[in-house]
Design a protein around this ligand. Structure first.
Ligand code: TNX
Length: 539
């Protein structure tokens, strides 16, 4: 009964395609249902989809095969096998010997021709016996695999054959990202979050094709990354957090673990050491860094703008050189974020001098400098990147200097803003940001006069003054982060709030399977997860 209901939920059988499979030496005729690919609740919305009749047979006989020279393709195939297991309870073999030529296959094929729109572009061709994912790179395969995961029904159909089958809608998908940079930021400084918390956040973001995680590692309230040459940063500066709780920090091994996990999800980690303001925790640990001359003590409040490094001391730059060197050596991604925001206690000349000097240090260690939009006031190189959060004039200044910008407008993209006046967590200094407001804006035109090719992408920051555990993190990040994923991946003409809100409503089986404490916004008609996926969870 249950599975029949699920079957009807998933799509009506409008055409029958007869196939033959072997099952324990007996041949079974399987009539695969015709499902409508365009009705699937994919997020982000793909660039182009064409429906064809029928569906792919995902079942215990399905195997995954890889073709192509990129070594990481097999890694992506194993990732997919694991996720199919998590969702359906069957684990396809990867590159196993052919058992039966009638077995359905998922083929990940690398095609290195010039016709690809982009290094993350992929093409999916889904028919009864094969699901073919064609890609230029393993990275693109990883993005396409997220689409495959979303296409697999939450419950099996147990009436098509004597074994369960998960029919995947047939047709073709051609897809590529709107922006190459699709990010979120997590503030682990105001409140510390564990390696496990960060990994779970990576899991959730990667499912929606986010490919950048920026970690705000230091602030007035805490220094959260071990620096071997300056051990007091974490011993002293890592000991507290907002509200007087006990703080914490990542050892270098922890950080390596996070970086490796991100890499296995084709995600770039951007480390941020916020300077010359937001530096109280560093200055309490090593008072020579301080430029305020005021008494120093650990800080557990939420004010900003009271701290600064001494920008005219060479020893301060020697210290920064060590910090940038140690973190850069552990970071495979191209970026190092120097913060640079809200330096209200730094004189303007000192601020400019500081940013110019730190930029050279970042370059010396092989990284591209990123900073909050205020850095555009300094004489920065055109290859550096400004992250627009508050001041559109700064963003324009940056573009006029030839720099690219990351869009994180606080009024639209700040995950720490409350949904409304009733929100349990969050701030509202920039705006209340309900789920629709978060989605209904165009990064392409939000800042007037910035051409699209100057926009690196979109990043949604999650500041942690008001959240101290993973449930609270999830409450603010979800479901809004899912909307930012679509804003940064899907082309403008494919984005539509009414269409999105229906697809978002159908994310509940996934979010529940992942035990995500999302905010159940009343603006969404949430779909409850089917019984069977709850059952799998319990097993
Ligand atoms: C502004 S955004 C800040 C952060 C706060 C955040 C709270 C930015 C560059 N600076 O220090 O945590 O507001 O929403």
């Amino acid at each position: 009964m249950k599975s029949m209901k699920a079957f009807l939920q998933h799509g009506l059988m409008t055409a029958m395609v007869i196939g033959i499979t072997s099952c324990n030496d007996t041949r079974e005729e399987i009539a695969m249902p015709s499902l409508d690919l365009s009705e699937e609740h994919l997020i982000p919305k793909p660039t182009k989809m064409v429906t064809s009749n029928g569906s792919f047979r995902l079942d215990q006989f399905t195997r995954i095969v890889t073709q192509g020279e990129d070594e990481r393709l097999a890694e992506v195939a194993s990732f997919l096998a694991g996720k199919i297991d998590q969702k359906a309870g069957i684990r396809p073999g990867v590159n196993t010997q052919t058992e039966d030529e009638y077995d359905p296959i998922i083929l990940l094929r690398q095609l290195k021709d010039a016709s690809w729109a982009n290094q993350e572009a992929y093409r999916l061709t889904i028919s009864r016996d094969s699901l073919i994912l064609e890609v230029p790179t393993a990275e693109a395969a990883f993005r396409g695999v997220q689409t495959i995961r979303q296409l697999i029904p939450d419950v099996s159909n147990d009436t098509l054959a004597s074994h369960p089958i998960w029919p995947v809608a047939a047709g073709t998908i051609e897809d590529y990202p709107n922006f190459g940079f699709r990010g979120s930021m997590l503030d682990v400084a105001r409140h510390f979050f564990s390696v496990e918390d960060v990994k779970k956040y990576i899991d959730l973001l990667a499912y929606y094709k986010i490919n950048v995680l920026h970690l705000h590692l230091t602030d007035d309230q805490g220094w959260r990354i071990e620096i071997k040459s300056w051990p007091k940063l974490t011993e002293v500066g890592g000991s507290t957090e907002v509200g007087g709780e006990s703080g914490g920090f990542f050892t270098q091994d922890d950080y390596k673990d996070i970086v490796a996990y991100a890499t296995s999800h084709f995600m770039t980690i951007i480390p941020e050491v916020d300077m010359p303001g937001h530096t109280n925790a560093a200055s309490v640990s090593y008072p020579f860094l301080d430029g305020t001359g005021k008494p120093l003590k650990l800080y557990e409040g939420t004010r900003v703008g009271f701290s600064t490094f001494d920008t005219r001391k060479d020893t301060v730059y020697a210290f920064i050189d060590d910090v940038v060197r140690e973190i850069s050596a552990l970071t495979p991604g191209p970026y190092f974020h120097i913060g640079g925001d809200e330096s209200h206690s730094t004189k303007k000349d000192d601020y400019i001098y500081f940013v110019n000097r730190v930029e050279k240090i970042v370059r010396k260690h092989g990284k591209t400098m990123v900073g909050w939009d205020e850095i555009a006031e300094a004489d920065v190189e055109s290859s550096s990147i400004a992250q627009f959060w508050a001041d559109a004039e700064n963003a324009t200044k940056a573009v006029n200097k030839g720099m690219k910008v990351i869009l994180s407008p606080a009024k639209k993209a700040y995950l720490d803003m409350q949904y409304d006046t009733l929100s349990k967590h969050g701030l509202h200094w920039a705006a209340y940001i309900p789920v629709d407001t978060a989605y209904i804006w165009n990064p392409e035109t939000y800042v007037p006069n910035i051409p699209k090719d100057r926009i690196l992408g979109v990043e949604a920051p999650l500041w942690s003054e008001t959240i101290s555990n993973i449930q609270e993190l999830e409450y603010l990040a979800f479901p809004r982060a899912i909307g930012y994923a679509e804003l940064s991946w899907s082309q403008e003409e494919n984005r539509d709030w009414e269409d999105f809100r229906v697809r978002l409503a159908h994310q509940t089986p996934y979010l529940d399977m992942m035990d995500v404490s999302y905010y159940p916004s009343p603006r969404i008609d949430w779909v409850k997860p089917p019984e069977k996926s709850r059952q799998i969870l319990k097993d």
